[in-house]
Design a protein around this ligand. Structure first.
Ligand SMILES: [Zn+2]
Length: 368
């Protein structure tokens, strides 16, 4: 029997143990992917150590479990009914899984499935364990299985390390599509220096958003983001005066077309609310961050201003493929990411030390 190295968690909060386990057999419509890089989510350590107190409504897989949300690699084997993916294809594995047969799943809206589950991470309800049972392999492993419909084909110029950031890039891209922003529009990214915020800036530049406003705390980091496109990006260090006041100055007193809120877990509701007030009449705000406080929102103001507030979770494999195509022709420039490579054997040390690391430009990936 052929085996592979995988990092498995045996008890909640315990270390990930490096073990040899059997390489999985592929089912007819699945593929086996040899993982070349897997993104390390800043939140992973929190999820592994603080669960279930932290987000009790988000179930983890039965233990022992292999985590790892954003794998990219090479197709090593295809099932007998796989038609358009071949051995040797370079792919990103979209970890979004659904039950497959409910009404949203049959409408290709996997994120709206009641059993929506991140392969290699956490689920969203009681149906998730069945999904974990079907796809128990996360990216902290030499191989993962995945449905053929979950693969984003990667062009040669997108490295596996850059593709391991597709979860964040895709989350930002899906939010921008919901906000309907593009050329001629302005967009405020709340928290532009973070892992998700920087990805939103890169996708905003790629999709032609004309004016990108970004807030943050660290002026040095903000200056680095502005340097990506000095004529299109304006940045603002929060704390001295309201975001709204600054945004009005930048937009000739109109307000922004869209706000993309990317603040991390632990951020206060006031920081999100402050950004929402930068919207113009008829503007749209999309929430994709981890800010978890309840928002004291005046819906009468929303009505009068014709404001929309939208929650957006993850992205479709189709949206992932669109990003890959933008990267292929160079409109999506991922060269600014600085890859920080970690071996699978170094994963426990990395999880302990990465939480406070400066995330935005640093791209932490495990190379199995
Ligand atoms: Zn479903």
């Amino acid at each position: 029997m052929k085996t592979m190295l995988a990092a498995r968690m045996h008890e909640t909060g315990g270390p990930l143990l490096l073990e040899q386990i059997p390489i999985p057999e592929v089912r007819p419509t699945d593929v086996l992917v040899a993982v070349k890089a897997c993104g390390v989510v800043p939140n992973l350590k929190n999820v592994l150590t603080k669960w279930p107190e932290w987000f009790p409504h988000l179930p983890l897989p039965k233990l022992p479990a292999i985590f790892g949300l954003d794998p990219a690699g090479v197709v090593a084997q295809v099932g007998s009914q796989v038609q358009s993916i071949r051995k040797g294809d370079r792919v990103y594995v979209n970890p979004a899984r659904g039950c497959g047969s409910c009404r949203p799943c049959r409408s290709s809206e996997i994120v709206n499935c009641r059993g929506f589950t991140f392969q290699g991470y956490f689920g969203r309800g009681p149906l998730s364990q069945a999904v974990f049972d079907a796809y128990p392999y996360g990216g902290l492993s030499e191989y993962v299985t995945a449905p053929q419909s979950a693969l984003v084909k990667l062009p040669d110029r997108v490295s596996f390390e850059a593709a391991a950031r597709f979860g964040y890039l895709g989350t930002a891209y899906a939010a921008m599509r919901k906000a309907c922003v593009g050329p001629g529009h302005s967009m405020l990214i709340n928290g532009i220096g973070g892992t998700l915020g920087l990805c939103a800036a890169l996708v905003g530049l790629a999709t032609g958003v004309t004016t990108i406003l970004g807030t943050g705390r660290n002026q040095e980091l903000l200056d680095r983001v502005k340097a990506l496109a000095p004529t299109r990006i304006a940045v603002f260090a929060i704390g001295k005066r309201p975001v709204e006041e600054w945004a009005m100055e930048v937009t000739d007193n109109e307000g922004v077309d869209a706000v993309i809120d990317t603040l991390p877990p632990g951020a206060p509701a006031s920081a999100t609310l402050d950004a929402l007030h930068a919207l113009r009449r008829g503007g749209r705000a999309v929430e994709i961050g981890g800010m978890a406080e309840t928002l004291p929102l005046n819906v009468h103001w929303m009505m009068g201003m014709n404001i929309q507030l939208i929650g957006s979770c993850w992205f479709t494999t189709g949206e992932g493929q669109e990003m890959a195509e933008m990267a292929r022709v160079g409109t999506l420039d991922l060269s600014v990411l600085q890859h920080r490579r970690i071996s699978l054997r170094g994963i426990n040390d990395a999880l302990s030390s990465l939480q406070d690391a400066n995330r935005g430009f640093n791209n932490f990936v495990v190379i199995p």
